[in-house]
Design a protein around this ligand. Structure first.
Ligand SMILES: [Mg+2]
Length: 186
């Protein structure tokens, strides 16, 4: 039921790719984006991993090499997010409470940004990342979750809702459903 109360435009990402490694950061830069808010769990690392590997470190350097500012915005608790972020040398907001605007506001303030600045959000969940990001006016790229099996009960609940949302997108906006390859998802 809940999925019917959401505005359709708030649950449809601007783009979908399989992993963060499939994003063309050069193209992102060309669109005028200056800042990247990036989700942690199941976007950069699965829930059962806590430290970055070399691929992630390279990815972050590569994003920054385009002059893009990066900050981790995670719903997870402080210690996990802080440890990871420090290891990759990034600023972070933990307990961000996505899809609310709380963590996004904090991140904007931390970086001296304003609502309406060119911000890209990258994340793996429609119910937290896409919904929160689109409501805030960000550009949002949805990625596949790295590993579904290690997700906790509340994330599994979000996934069930997400499936209903995807069905609704299929019903009401078939063009986006096809363009974003949502049939391949989950
Ligand atoms: Mg996530």
């Amino acid at each position: 039921m809940l999925e019917l109360f959401l505005k359709l435009k708030h649950v449809i990402p601007d783009d979908y790719v399989k992993t963060v490694y499939d994003i063309s950061w050069a193209d992102i830069k060309l669109t005028g984006i200056k800042t990247v808010f990036i989700d942690l769990d199941n976007t950069l690392i699965p829930y059962d991993v806590s430290i970055p590997n070399q691929d992630i470190e390279q990815l972050i350097s590569s994003i920054q090499s385009f002059g893009l500012q990066v900050i981790i915005v995670s719903n997870n608790r402080g210690t996990r997010v802080a440890t990871f972020s420090q290891m990759v040398g990034l600023d972070y907001i933990s307990s961000a409470k996505k899809p609310t605007q709380i963590g996004f506001r904090k991140a904007e303030k931390r970086l001296g940004l304003h609502r309406g600045d060119q911000i890209l959000l990258v994340g793996d969940q429609i119910m937290t990342d896409v919904l929160g990001g689109k409501r805030r006016g960000y550009k949002v790229i949805l990625v596949d979750p790295i590993n579904l099996s290690s997700e906790k009960w509340f994330t599994k609940m979000n996934r069930r809702l997400e499936k209903k949302v995807i069905k609704r997108i299929k019903r009401e906006d078939f063009e986006s459903y096809q363009r974003l390859h949502l049939h391949e998802k989950r």
